[in-house]
Structures are given as structure tokens and as C-alpha cells.
Design a binder for this molecule. Structure first.
Ligand code: NIG
Ligand code: FE
Length: 411
């Protein structure tokens, strides 16, 4: 028997995000916009996209889910960089920064990431899974259907495993897709007796094989920065990860440069942050297959300049926008609000921003099955109550999706 079909629509506008390049600047005129559009869904996937009336006559057997008011349809957002699995709060850091202390000074004084490590270690795996599910569900309600989630607040084998198992558990409790990343190389934990190299060596020897055997994560991240790890310390760590077949990503060039070069050299899927990247780094990234990820939430949170997104795109780089949602530098976690603010400061076109939250973000996570509305893709899409797609960024995050669909189901 043929699997049941559903026809959703008509949408005033449907933006497919199809037929666009992975890299480089984009103009809004390049966006494929179908007016009075519909989607044919079969189970969790899209079977066809086109004019509502044409789809209705081509698929007369489809059950119709008819919309009576104006909607704009877009692919579900992909947030390729978050730290939403954590315990506690860093409200004190916020106050300290505003009183003049820098992020790195606070870290050196024992606050910062280490404070969240302590608070995260204090939670059980189940409590962490609950918090992660709560955060993921809030993100999903705002249209983020795929969410990368990092460990990195455990910082020993048992605690990193607890985090990654909590993320795995949360993935079964939320309808969003959670993509786990191991960030055991966030900083050397204060309770580790040994050098940075020894810590990384221990993690690669003891943790990497378990990640593989338990299928807990296929991605390895690190923080390359003065307060964390140097490029030279991370290189052997990435070599080992690469040998085992992990995808790589890097917290790069946040306060000082060095990380983006390692990202390109090790063919990392993405280099994220890049607030400190200068022309040389931008050029390197633009020439590479490593995707540049801007994290405006961290710039807003720390009061530092934005990632040079305009320059990256103009030089031909692939630019993605993610939230970096974390308790320290980026507690807001509102992707559209942050993308809209970045667009204003960096003069990004709507097409560039939408690409950076959909198919380009999916590419950063190596997920070719989403980010575009076309036949064969997952039926992950958002419906906004408006007749013009430009309203979404213009309203700076205030216009939330009226409907979020994930794997062919309305949430
Ligand atoms: O991406 N920069 C390093 N890591 C996170 C912040 C984590 C934290 O402050 O808790 C980031 O900004
Ligand atoms: Fe981060």
C-alpha cells in the first residue's frame, strides 16, 4: 500500500533555499520564492514542493491540511553551536564583566567555565537531561528543529560521559534533533594534576574509544585560546580524533588568532567565533572548505565586536550564524534576534542570514538531509504569520513561528 500523503498549504510565500551556493555573498533576488505554495509530505519527508493548486491535482489522494490565513514557509532553523547542557547560572559573571572585569580575567579568578563545570558536576545525568530537554524545547518552539549540543562542562572521562549520555537521553525526549559534540578540550580542569598535553592525551586515550563504541558523538571540538589550549597542544589531539574518523570543529579566534589556522589545516567542518579574525584568517577560511560560524550572542553577551561576517562573505567564505547558547557568554539563545542584530551591524542580506541558519548550517554539521525545502529532504519547516519573508528579520526575533513542523509533524 502507498504511504499516506499530506498536502499542506497554501502558503503566501514558500522560500525553498534551494539552488544557492554553499559559499559567498548572496542577494535576496537569488532566493527561490514560490507564491501560493504547498508541500506534499510523506511520513517524515518532503515528497514535492510547488504551487498548491498544481500539487492538489497531481496528488488527488493526499489528505489536505488547509491553511486559511497568510503564512510564510521556510526550512526549520539549524543551530550548529550550543552549550545548552549545563547546570546553574553565571549571573555573577555578567555583573563582574559590567563592573570592568574581562571574560578571561574572570576565568583566571576561578569563575567562568570552571564555575559551570562545578555546577554541572553537581547534577545527576537525569537532572541534566531534563534541563537540556527544557532548553531544546524552548529552541524548538522558536523554530530551531536541529540543535547541536556540546559537552565541555564535565572535563573528566566520567563527567563528560555523563553529559553526553544526558544529551542522548534529551534527544529521545524532545522532538528536535540534537547533534552531540565532545568538547572535553574546553579547558584543562583545575583538579587535573598534569599539563595540558597530558590532559588531552588522557582524554583521547580514555574517552575517544567510548564515544565511538557507545555512539555518543561523532564530533570533536576544542577551545583554542590563551586561557584554554594552544594550537600546538591541539594538533596531536585532532590528529588522533581524525584517525578515529571524528568530524572536527574549533572554538577559534575568539579573543586571539590561531584557532582558525588549525581548523583549516585539519579540515575542520567549521571554525566558530572568529571575532578576532583579521584579513589573513578571513582569507584562509574563505579559500578552505571550513565553514565560518558567527556567534553574535557571544558578542552581545561579552560586549565585543561581531565576527567580520560581511568580509568573510565578500571574500567568498561560507558563513553560518549560530547562538552559542551557554550560561556564560551567551545566555539569551534567541537565534533570530541575534541573526537580525548581526545583519544590521554587518550589513547582511536577508538571503545571507537565512542561508546561515538553514542549508549552510546543516552543512557545518554534515547533515545533507535538511536546510532546504525540496523533494527528499526532511519535512522540517516553520510557518510565520506574515505575507512577506522580510518581516522575520525586520522584527528582530519578536515574530515567532506560528507553527513549527519537525519530521512531518506539527509540534
Ligand atoms: O563559546 N569560548 C568558550 N566557550 C563558550 C563559553 C562557555 C562558557 O563561558 O561557559 C563560548 O563562548
Ligand atoms: Fe561555544
Amino acid at each position: 500500500m502507498e504511504k499516506a500523503l499530506r498536502l499542506i498549504g497554501p502558503f503566501r510565500q514558500l522560500l525553498t533555499l534551494d539552488h544557492l551556493p554553499l559559499k559567498g555573498a548572496l542577494k535576496d533576488e537569488q532566493l527561490e520564492i514560490i507564491n501560493e505554495a504547498g508541500l506534499i509530505i510523506q511520513e517524515e519527508k518532503i515528497l514535492a514542493v510547488g504551487k498548491f493548486i498544481a500539487l492538489k491535482s497531481t496528488y488527488p489522494q493526499a489528505e489536505v491540511y488547509k491553511l486559511e490565513t497568510d503564512f510564510v514557509a521556510l526550512p526549520g532553523w539549524v543551530d550548529c553551536h550550543t552549550h545548552i547542557c549545563f547546570g546553574g547560572s553565571r549571573a555573577r559573571d555578567f555583573a563582574m564583566r559590567n563592573a570592568g572585569k574581562s571574560y578571561l580575567e574572570i576565568a583566571e579568578a576561578g569563575g567562568g567555565i570552571w564555575e559551570t563545570v562545578t555546577q554541572t558536576r553537581n547534577l545527576s545525568q537525569n537532572e541534566l537531561a531534563e534541563k537540556t530537554t527544557e532548553n531544546a524545547n524552548r529552541h524548538l518552539s522558536e523554530g530551531v528543529t536541529t540543535i547541536e549540543v556540546k559537552s565541555g562542562y564535565g572535563l573528566n572521562v566520567a563527567e563528560e560521559l555523563k553529559m553526553l549520555r544526558a544529551i542522548e537521553e534529551a534527544n529521545t525526549r524532545t522532538c528536535a534533533d540534537l547533534i552531540p559534540t565532545c568538547l572535553a578540550a574546553h579547558m584543562k580542569p583545575r583538579d587535573f594534576q598534569g599539563t595540558n598535553e597530558e590532559y588531552l592525551e588522557m582524554i583521547s586515550k580514555q574517552l575517544f574509544p567510548i564515544l565511538k563504541s557507545e555512539n555518543l558523538s561523532n564530533r570533536i571540538d576544542s577551545f583554542i585560546e590563551k586561557s584554554a589550549f594552544s594550537p600546538e597542544e591541539i594538533k596531536p589531539y585532532y590528529q588522533k580524533a581524525q584517525k578515529l574518523g571524528f568530524d572536527l570543529t574549533v572554538h577559534a579566534d575568539q579573543f586571539s588568532t590561531g584557532g582558525s589556522k588549525v581548523a583549516v589545516q585539519y579540515r575542520a567542518k567549521s571554525a566558530d567565533h572568529l571575532e578576532a579574525s583579521a584579513d589573513h584568517e578571513i582569507e584562509l577560511l574563505a579559500k578552505s572548505n571550513t565553514i565560518a560560524v558567527a556567534l553574535p550572542g557571544a558578542s552581545i553577551g561579552l560586549g565585543v565586536p561581531f565576527t567580520p561576517a560581511r568580509k568573510i562573505l565578500n571574500r567568498g567564505g561560507a558563513l553560518v550564524i549560530a547562538t552559542d547558547w551557554n550560561p556564560g557568554s551567551a545566555p539569551m539563545g534567541d537565534l533570530v534576534a541575534q541573526a537580525s542584530i548581526l545583519a544590521t551591524y554587518e550589513k547582511l542580506s536577508t538571503a545571507e542570514v537565512l542561508a546561515g541558519m538553514t542549508y549552510r548550517a546543516a552543512a557545518a554539521l554534515n547533515l545533507p538531509d535538511r536546510g532546504v525545502l525540496k523533494s527528499g529532504m526532511l519535512a522540517d519547516f516553520n510557518l510565520f504569520s506574515t505575507d512577506n519573508y522580510q518581516e522575520i528579520l525586520y522584527q528582530q526575533g519578536k515574530l515567532k513561528p506560528a507553527q513549527v513542523w519537525k519530521n512531518g509533524h506539527k509540534i
